[in-house]
Design a protein around this ligand. Sequence first.
Ligand SMILES: [Zn+2]
Length: 494
Amino acid sequence: MGILDNLIGLIRTEPIKESSWIDYIKYNIVWFIRKAKIYSYRNRKNPWVLGSIFSLILASYVVIPTITNKNADTQIKRSKRPDKYTTGFINTGNDCFANSTIQSLVPLYELNKYFEEMLMFKIPEIAIKYPMPLHLSMMNLLNRLQSTIHSPETLSVWDFLHLLENIHLGKISRSQHDAHELFAIILETLEDEYNRFFSFMSKLTDDEKKELGKIPHFPFSSAMETKLQCFSCKGISKPVKIPTMTLELMVPQTQSSTTLMDIIERERNEVIEDYSCFVCITKFIVFNTDKLKLINDEQREFIQILKESLMSGELRINDDLRENDTYKSILFNNETLLGQLKKSTVVRKNTFIETPEIIPIHLSRSMYSDTQSWKNACNVSISEILEFPTTLSSSSHVKYRLKSVIRHQGSHSSGHYECYRRKPQYLKINEDEYVNDIPEIGKSKSITKGKKLGSVLNKPFWRISDAKISEVSTDYILNDGKAVYMLFYERLYS
Ligand SMILES: [Zn+2]
């Protein structure tokens, strides 16, 4: 327990933003060791537990910033420029899927701001028992990956992955090497920690809530509304609200090239043929009442109800009345008559009703037949800026800007993942002195005026292949349409 003593010593001596976080980190450590014991009991061969504890302890360095020694003047490769290098990850085998996933989260300003707000949040006594180990570990990892470096440096992603596996008690398949799957697990775990942590809110009175201060908003959460509209009768369905965190898009399988906007547009206005529109059917029934075979009063009454709902404009194209037994019996008795009615074409409209700060987009490129699966190599032209309508009125749009991309090269079952990560904008304030615009977790910072760095303007992205870092232009990425797999866009406020 030497490391733990050391940590508790650090908590006592170093300044920290919110003192409630000291108790909170202590609780997280105790909780985690307990969890790790359960895990190690279940998995006799357990090389991960120590790494996970270590990862969590490292996490506390975020809250307790320490001066790290970066002045290794023995390094051969050294750049004066702050944007020449960034920290990469070593690859010990098949790590590229995880390395790229973590790197893609680093430039997300809103995610950093969220973590920053979490650290500013004064944790009430009642909430201390809800641990957020992945939050702490992620804060630590992002903080380290954001540090400006002047010569190549690497980290291992495994402390973080071991922690994730520990949290889920090893439920994550180790053979799963898909960046999208890993991203989904990270996101779910963060959201779960967030929801559990803030569950204390429901136990507070209104006055107590007021004293809490601003509750950080989870930056990935958003909601879409799905609505169907019939081309023939213009009738609409009851809107359904769907919580959304990632935009899942299917790359077209019959085209060799398309644009991201086209895919989004198609998803937003998906056309469905052969739909049984309830309004169209009702109109037909009402129009042909004299030809209908109605066998009892119940059926005649039902037709009257249908008529009234139609006239009032309340009838929906997927109305619950469709499920009514009397209606079904009318259909059964009038099969021949109703067979004359053609099916309708409808459009499914998907619209953001709560816009997210960050939109992760997954381009599904998997194609399957009975015996095999392969990768859809359709070229998808992406754009730096995306616009989304927020409500059904077309006037209000929100803009998003590309922050990172995960590219995949190879076949469906094997290949290599890399990440394009947007550099922060560095401002030169003095000779060899720069500041950047990423909110640094655990450190307060104000952006000063300065000269923008030309190399960031010319090559605003790093291409990160595990430990190998190179610099690329925006056009370079926009032309990599065959390989783009996941994209991270962030909301622009202007
Ligand atoms: Zn219709």
